[in-house]
Design a protein around this ligand. Structure first.
Ligand SMILES: C[S@@+](CC[C@H](N)C(=O)[O-])C[C@H]1O[C@@H](n2cnc3c(N)ncnc32)[C@H](O)[C@@H]1O
Length: 470
């Protein structure tokens, strides 16, 4: 049975559709005759944020268009979000960043920006962004943010134009102090015909070569890597090797995401054209639980995925890519291979050193940053930012108690039979263990992206606590 949520956990909120560039791959390109026309007002922004907070949304991503082109509105939205207990991030190309603006953003609690940087080659970069000088401005914007204490992730949307640039771009941004490099699969924009515009469609071999380059970036330059658009897990095949690109799943089908445009229209994904109503006309509960529900109940999964052990994590890859290529959401993701194609499974999620330490009485803390939302028959646990996953009610109650009291606990209190769950919660950063000297191994890092609740039975999903002291 799929767990259905009462509301999304993360919202992509488009402050404005105004943009200073016209990226060739962008899902907003079609709007751009005028470089955008619609922005939220302060009053409408406040209404949306209040609605999201009331519904129990944890995290808001301010996006656009270019959010810096409505800087005061962005600043206001970040401040308001903080007052409402929402965590925040921002998508920006950073070309309009200044030292003063970076200071103002940190002052209202922004500590992370995802920036676009298609290539380290200025000519390629400027061509993709349709803007001369964009490369230099983005690099300067990254410098200003890193110096000002804002963590930066770089997003390269991979097309034929930049697929060979991953390794060198990774080297460059690592030198700049960037934290993470996303090599994001491009979703063919709705205005394009992917069968004709082959720029967006890499062959499976080319896609894997991009991921291999990203892994070299991780291993040689120490950057975290990932993708913002899901791959079918069967395409990755070797789930241990490609764990950094697995586990996110389709945010529309998992029910985690809502996307709100600057005019209030809502979508399950930023790449989607269909709207489920306007947030200024209808309550979010009606939009999410009634109109978007068809997305959440598994009915859009590709039929060829039935019986696959990873169906609940993978959700058939990217539905928007499936639609772009085949005309329907439940069609085959063009990279689908089939459940027979796995060469290595998620077999090594549990770090033996950590398990030994747990058995030896390692003490854990449930940090203050943990947020919870009660659902029907389970809780959602938010670790930080947009990282949320379901846990049983017993586990939630136990963690809330320890979060609020600040008391540490060991396996004995958590329940002997929940040893692996304890390890996984630690791997997902839901727990801290100040006395643990060992680092979480590479294999264990998989736990950070993998939804432990959706793992096949043999890998263990959270179960009710079975300990003496619930
Ligand atoms: C539309 S942009 C708006 C925010 C800002 N102007 C920027 O450049 O980041 C938001 C994000 O969507 C990504 N994006 C745009 N079109 C895409 C596509 N067709 N496939 C995958 N990601 C895309 C961009 O790279 C960017 O990270």
């Amino acid at each position: 049975m799929k767990r259905l949520f009462s509301a999304p956990t993360t919202a992509n909120l488009e402050l404005t559709d105004l943009c200073n560039v016209k990226c060739r791959h962008c899902y907003n390109f079609w709007r751009d005759e005028s470089m955008g026309t619609t922005s939220l007002t302060t009053e409408r922004l406040d209404r949306v944020l209040a609605e999201l907070a009331d519904a129990g949304v944890f995290h808001v991503i301010f996006t656009g268009g270019e959010p810096f082109s409505r800087f005061e509105l962005l600043e206001h939205g970040l401040r308001r979000s903080r007052e409402l207990g929402l965590s925040v991030s921002c998508n920006s190309n950073l070309m309009l960043a200044t030292q003063d603006r970076v200071c103002r953003l940190t002052a209202v609690g922004l500590d992370h920006i995802l920036t676009s940087l298609p290539s380290l080659d200025p000519v390629v970069n400027d061509r993709i962004m349709n803007s001369v000088g964009s490369y230099e401005k983005i690099i300067e914007g990254i410098r200003l943010c890193v110096d000002g204490g804002i963590r930066i992730s770089v997003n390269m949307v991979i097309t034929r134009a930049n697929m060979g640039d991953v390794y060198e771009t990774g080297r460059l941004v690592a030198d700049l102090g960037v934290e993470k490099l996303f090599v994001t699969r491009s979703v063919p924009p709705t205005y394009s015909d992917p069968t004709k515009e082959t720029d967006y469609t890499l062959t499976p071999e080319e896609q894997l070569a991009v991921l291999d380059d990203a892994l070299r970036v991780r291993d040689e330059f120490g950057l975290m890597v990932g993708t913002l658009v899901a791959y079918p897990l069967c395409f990755l095949g070797d789930l241990e090797r490609y764990a950094d690109f697995a586990g996110r799943g389709c945010p529309s089908q998992s029910g985690h995401r809502i996307s709100v445009n600057a005019d209030g229209t809502t979508h399950v994904c930023v790449h989607e054209e269909e709207s489920y109503g306007n947030l200024f006309d209808r309550p979010i509960g009606e939009i999410y639980r009634d109109r978007m529900r068809k997305w959440h109940n598994g009915s859009f999964r590709y039929a060829g995925c039935r019986g696959c052990a990873y169906e609940n994590i993978c959700e058939s890859g990217c539905s928007m890519s499936a639609q772009a290529h085949s005309g329907s959401h439940d069609a085959k993701d063009p990279l689908f291979v089939g459940p027979h194609a796995f060469t290595r499974h998620f077999t090594a999620l549990d770090d033996p050193d950590l398990l030994t330490a747990i058995d030896g009485g390692l003490r854990f803390l449930a940090p203050r940053r943990l947020r919870f939302r009660a659902e029907d028959g389970f809780h959602l646990l938010n670790v930080r930012w947009g990282n949320s996953f379901p846990v049983s009610d017993d586990v939630a109650r136990f963690l809330i108690r320890h979060r609020d009291s600040g008391e540490s606990f060991t396996l004995a209190e958590f329940g002997q039979r929940n040893r692996l769950l304890l390890a996984r919660l630690f791997a997902k950063d839901a727990l801290e263990a100040p006395d643990y000297a060992g680092s979480v191994s590479n294999k264990m890092r998989m736990g950070l992206s993998v939804n432990i609740d959706a793992l096949p039975d043999q890998h263990m999903a959270p179960t009710p606590l079975e300990g003496a002291n619930r």
